[in-house]
Design a protein around this ligand. Structure first.
Ligand code: ZN
Length: 335
């Protein structure tokens, strides 16, 4: 059975959970925010199991009936709150999943815990519907909201919750975890760590994905010949992006890290410190050709596209414009 010790790099959240259990002061509303794949649900489940454990220790014991049910996700008092539409969480979902159910007393233990995985998808109407419950929750209720992006939550919701945020895990720790799995070469491991942005879940996904190395090779091929990119190369790139709907921001990450490398090399001339060890020669060449201003502009533009993709805006012409921006800078066709 998973315990608090299995949570890596989130001391603040873990010590909050442990302290609440030790002092028996459990908040009725807790928000855990952090990017996708950062283990929010994993942490919430361990906390919920500990709250329901019949032995009442700081960690779930793993042996009592309650722990066994929690482990297989069959505990009647640990309620996952789902939503019908894939991208939005509406009023009816809140009513059905929380408001109408919360009046029913716990079956097995003296607590009833609601885990809401996609809280950031809640519409304002849904949040207002939830607010009424948060204002006067039954004494046994604990609502744990998990949000990829807390910006979408109303201030009135935030002010009723204990807000915890997931911290990025240091690269050294991530590298250690990947090395233990032994699936990647040292070079690919550096890249997976760079793309994981401090998330263990992402690092693991990348290390297990065959697509990752393939797409990486394709991006390096394109990136190393941006100024003489033929129209068929350009089409290949646009097709790669189009074929991977929903992952555009991830693919752009290759570009972001690549140009960060160029910027890094320009400032330090340290080829050993580059993330893209495969593309070293090209990165050095780019560093000689591009000015700080052009590099900064490129990285900013990539980050801008990524932010709008994450906010659900369609990419439109942003990829063509990105290619033009880099190609013009490299070939001195500046406007
Ligand atoms: Zn137990």
């Amino acid at each position: 059975m998973l315990k608090f010790e299995d949570i890596v790099g989130q001391e603040e959240i873990v010590s909050f959970f442990r302290r609440s259990i030790r002092q028996n002061k459990i908040s009725h509303a807790i928000l855990i925010s952090g990017e996708k794949h950062t283990g929010k649900k994993f942490m919430a489940r361990i906390f919920a199991s500990a709250l329901c454990c019949e032995r009442g220790g700081e960690n779930p014991c793993g042996e009592c009936r309650s722990c066994k049910m929690a482990e297989t996700e069959n505990h009647p008092d640990i309620v996952p709150v789902l939503h019908e539409k894939p991208t939005s969480f509406g009023v009816n979902d809140v009513r059905k999943g929380i408001n109408d159910d919360i009046v029913i007393k716990p079956y097995q233990t003296n607590r009833k815990i609601y885990i809401v995985p996609d809280a950031s998808m809640m519409t304002p109407g849904a949040q207002n519907a939830l607010l009424k419950t948060l204002e006067e929750p039954p004494s046994y209720a604990v609502i744990i909201l998990l949000a990829d992006n807390r910006e979408t939550l109303l201030p009135t919701i935030l002010s009723r919750c204990i807000c915890l945020s997931v911290k990025p895990v240091p690269n050294g720790t991530l590298r250690g975890i990947l090395r233990e799995k032994g699936k990647l070469s040292e070079g690919d491991m550096d890249l997976a760590v760079a793309f994981a942005r401090g998330s263990i879940g992402r690092a693991e996904l990348l290390s297990e994905s065959e697509e990752f190395s393939e797409c990486l090779r394709e991006c390096v091929r394109l990136l190393s010949r941006m100024e003489r990119l033929s129209s068929s190369d350009e089409r290949t790139f646009l097709k790669l992006i189009a074929d991977n709907k929903g992952k555009e921001a991830d693919y752009l990450d290759f570009f972001r890290v690549w140009f960060r490398d160029v910027l890094y090399y320009k400032a330090t001339e340290d080829a050993e410190g580059l993330t893209f060890s495969h593309g070293r020669r090209e990165i050095m060449r780019y560093a000689g050709k591009l000015s700080y201003e052009e590099l900064r502009k490129t990285v900013d533009y990539i980050e801008e596209i990524q932010a709008s993709l994450r906010a659900g805006v369609s990419p439109g012409l942003s990829f063509e414009l990105l290619i033009d921006l880099v190609r013009d800078a490299l070939t001195d066709m500046k406007v």
